[in-house]
Design a protein around this ligand. Sequence first.
Ligand SMILES: [Ca+2]
Ligand SMILES: [Ca+2]
Length: 164
Amino acid sequence: MKTRSLFISFFVIILVLIALPPAFADSSSLTITGDSVSGLVFDDLNGDGEYGWSVAYGEEPALSSVGIQIYRDQGILAQIDNADVLVAQAKTNEQGIFQFKGLAGGSYLVVENDLTNFVSVTANVIAVTYIPEAVGSTELQIFFADRQVDRSQLSKYTFLPLVR
Ligand SMILES: [Ca+2]
Ligand SMILES: [Ca+2]
């Protein structure tokens, strides 16, 4: 009898887990309003996925010359597939920043190519719904966090999140 109720409890928990939407479903999907789609690629020293600052290390370093592509998202949305059309490509500048201007409104995928010796902390593909507006945004919208493969772990340092 006890085994049976345990089994039922287990079954109910599994059902609830299946029914719950994954909490991260929307984390790599953004709506961007402004005159461009822009972002930053940075070396995520403490590997927490957040662009941060610490007393010991200052701001987490920007990564320049990182290849970024923007695709018109067609076919299966929020996923790279054969129906997607490459619209433009760029490399991050000295400040680790990339920017795409002159886009029509719609659904896009922004794709980052990790530098050699770096691994991704956050996803390399970001789904963007772009709404064009004449006024530019002063804020960076997309953050790609990467981390050097062979760097010693710095997670013991707390980095305060920076948003700019
Ligand atoms: Ca960080
Ligand atoms: Ca990456």
